[in-house]
Write a protein that binds this ligand. Structure first.
Ligand SMILES: Nc1nc2c(ncn2[C@@H]2O[C@H](COP(=O)(O)OP(=O)(O)OP(=O)(O)O)[C@@H](O)[C@H]2O)c(=O)[nH]1
Ligand SMILES: [Mg+2]
Length: 195
């Protein structure tokens, strides 16, 4: 898709996952905004846009940062449409948020149909050391879940661990998503060409 104003390429992604796992914090870090200590729950949805140079082309990257609380389910439904990438976040120190990851994929599927390229993100790695083993979600668990989901549904997916506090792996996460989104777009354009 192209921006109507300046003709640059537009890529749209959606940030999903349980409340308080750090979606907004990751997004803010990516945009260069400072870290906020307290949890200010997103109300419905926040929109972020960033101009990135990707493969020597200026891309307008639009990120819909959705509220994780169950009460916003209906509102969220509207924002999945037209997105060609997903960042699904859980907290590596909140096992319930990891257990809920597949529910988020179901919600995405119900609103989008076959899923676009997805990054599964285990956030808050800076806090993991302080937690007991039973509370921590390990890297292996995150990786296995990602592989399982990717194979089962035939969706391009990668696994990343991040800290929105230190910024660890945040740029890399969005960069890989853009790469996968761009690959998928090229794939579908060549399908059209062949077909
Ligand atoms: N230590 C640490 N705290 C984090 C990290 N990411 C987020 N937090 C904290 O976790 C809380 C929730 O972060 P948010 O980014 O608001 O979470 P959210 O997923 O956007 O939550 P909703 O908007 O309610 O869905 C805040 O108090 C953040 O400061 C991280 O990587 N490390
Ligand atoms: Mg939020």
């Amino acid at each position: 898709m192209r921006d109507q104003d300046d003709g640059s390429k537009v890529m749209k992604a959606v940030l999903i996952g349980d409340g308080a796992v750090g979606k907004t914090s990751i997004r803010r870090n990516y945009l260069g905004d400072e870290f906020i200590e307290g949890h200010i729950a997103t109300i419905g949805v926040d929109l972020a846009t960033k101009r990135v140079v990707f493969n020597q082309e200026v891309v307008k990257f639009i990120i819909w940062d959705l509220a994780g609380q169950p009460s916003f389910k209906q509102v969220r439904g509207h924002y999945y449409h037209g997105c060609n990438g997903i960042v699904l976040v859980y907290s590596t120190v909140d096992r319930e948020s990891f257990d809920n990851a597949s529910k988020w994929l179901v919600e995405a599927y119900n609103n989008m149909g076959p899923l676009p390229p997805t990054v599964i993100v285990g956030n808050k790695t800076d806090l993991r050391e302080r937690k007991s083993e039973s509370e921590r979600v390990t890297s292996d668990e995150g990786r296995r879940f990602t592989e399982y989901f990717s194979e089962k549904l035939g969706v391009p997916a990668v696994f990343k661990e991040t800290s929105a506090l230190t910024g660890y792996n945040v740029d890399n996460t969005f960069h890989e998503l853009l790469q996968m989104m761009s690959d998928a777009q090229e794939g579908s354009e060549s399908d059209l060409f062949i077909g």
